[in-house]
Design a protein around this ligand. Structure first.
Ligand code: 6PG
Length: 466
């Protein structure tokens, strides 16, 4: 009998099944198209002995040892509901369904609620790391039934990435907690990628650097405080030549970015929760605007493309690195603030230091800085990450560079929406006296909404109220 079942042999599902088998567990696999299943097992080489090809859900459930654990790796949304409905009649008391796709956490909450009082337990887990991660060690953010998690924890820890020997697989909380953490991971991923794209734009358009030179810069940065998977792959992407034209590959890739929705969900939830994640919102908007190529062409015809240069007297490559670091810290502060707000709203008790810990390896946003974030959050999980001494120190030393980067880009006509959002967030959060007194005055003027006075009391009105 197989230790575990897995439904859905797309790129991620197939990689995950091989990873589980590689770790000594036997897996019964099923894909809607039967030939995909048989081909997959036939091509699994040494691991084929631990894989059982099943041609129906009945066969799959009969092949898995009870109480059964079945992983779903099918596209998020309706296919997950359809698969759960199809599986349920084949399952019995204590069996466990694990949705390991990129589900919207609200759907996971609905599914978790629907499973209550039924014989079948439900888990929603976020899996990050792309195909390579799924095959060799992803970061896993669990959510849902705690006993169910305890049952599959040894398998998930075994297949997960390890940071200095510690598995990157943790139960984050009940119902949608795991998928929410994964969603915020992806939101941060969007902002991280966007900020890197913005500094690339400054180097390309403002400083006139070619892709190879940009690649070298990123390679250098990957040895310093910005060391991360995304900087590493940016160096590789920038340094790769197009096999057709021989030009730098970046120069032949169309500048319109795709998206599947997780970044947008993060921005939507940030708005719902009143926990602004402006760098992430800016990154989502930038992807949307990137796809409006025709409109951008019209704009360029009307206004002319910006031609401002950014020379070494305005900012240096080192300042660009330092500015990016500051932007990144502010962005993560927003991400963890959002997690904290969601934790309160949904009573999840999210373990924020654990979130930072499981992101240290395996996932797309893995970076050297996440270990320091885990330490800072362990000391004070409630506080804004920017106020943790180690990050306060780093921001004191780096926000000037971010300011110069954003200013130089603005003067040269180069858009840096995520970096600018991060800077504005930083400046807002260090201003004890803001400008919302004007908003309150306006609201009171047109709607008698009342305001608080700085010398005390609420419900005051201006003379216009009379
Ligand atoms: C990961 C990635 C992964 C996937 C995203 C990309 O953590 O492994 O985030 O989940 O790459 O779905 O999403 P977009 O297509 O929206 O960029």
């Amino acid at each position: 009998m197989a230790d575990i079942g897995l439904v859905g042999l797309g790129t991620m599902g197939a990689a995950l099944a091989l990873n589980i088998a590689d770790n000594g567990y036997s897996v019964a696999v099923y894909n809607r198209t039967g030939s995909v299943t048989t081909d997959f097992v036939a091509g699994a080489g040494d691991l084929a002995g631990r894989l059982t090809a099943c041609t129906s859900l009945k066969e799959l459930t009969q092949a898995v040892d009870g109480p059964r654990s079945i992983i779903l790796m099918v596209p998020a949304g309706a296919p997950v509901d359809a698969m759960i409905d199809a599986l349920r009649p084949e399952l019995s008391e204590g069996d466990l369904i694990i949705d390991a796709g990129n589900a919207n956490f609200r759907e996971t909450m609905r599914r978790a609620e629907a499973s209550k009082g039924t014989p079948v337990k439900f888990l929603g887990i976020g899996v990050s790391g792309g195909e390579e991660g799924a095959r060799r060690g992803p970061s896993i953010m669990g959510g849902g039934d705690r006993d169910g998690w305890a049952r599959v924890e040894p398998v998930l820890k075994a297949i997960s990435a390890k940071f200095e020997g510690t598995p990157c697989a943790t139960w984050m909380g009940p119902d949608g907690a795991g998928h929410f953490v994964k969603t915020v991971h992806n939101g941060i991923e969007y902002a991280d990628m966007q900020m890197i794209a913005e500094v690339y734009g400054i180097m390309r358009d403002g400083m006139g650097m070619g892709s190879d030179a940009v690649s070298e810069v990123f390679e250098g940065w990957n040895q310093g405080p910005l060391a991360s998977y995304l900087i590493e792959i940016s160096a590789i992407v920038a340094g790769t030549a197009d096999s057709v034209t021989g030009k730098p590959l970046l120069d032949v890739i169309l500048d319109t970015a795709g998206q599947k929705g997780t970044g947008r969900w993060t921005a939507i939830e940030a708005l719902h929760l009143g926990a602004p994640a402006t760098a992430i919102e800016a990154a989502v908007a930038a992807r949307n605007l990137s796809s409006r190529l025709d409109e951008r062409k019209t704009g360029e015809t009307l206004f002319g493309v910006a031609s401002g240069r950014i020379d070494a007297s305005s900012i240096s490559i080192d300042e660009l690195e330092t500015g990016l670091l500051a932007g990144k810290i502010a962005c993560y502060a927003q991400g963890f603030g959002l997690l904290s707000a969601a934790s309160d709203e949904f009573n999840w008790s999210l373990p924020l230091p654990e979130v930072a810990r499981v992101w240290r390896a395996g996932c797309i946003i893995r970076s050297a800085m996440l270990d320091d974030m885990a330490t800072a959050l362990a000391e004070n999980p409630e506080e804004n990450l920017m106020f943790a001494p180690t990050f306060t120190e780093r921001l004191r030393a780096s926000h000037g560079a971010l300011r110069r980067v954003v200013a130089a880009a603005a003067l040269a006509g180069r858009p840096v929406p995520a970096l600018a959002a991060a800077l504005s967030y930083f400046d807002t959060m260090r201003s004890a006296r803001g400008t919302a007194n004007m908003i309150q005055g306006q609201r009171d003027y047109f709607g008698r909404h009342g305001f608080e006075r700085i010398d005390g009391g609420s419900g005051h009105h201006g003379p216009w109220a009379d």
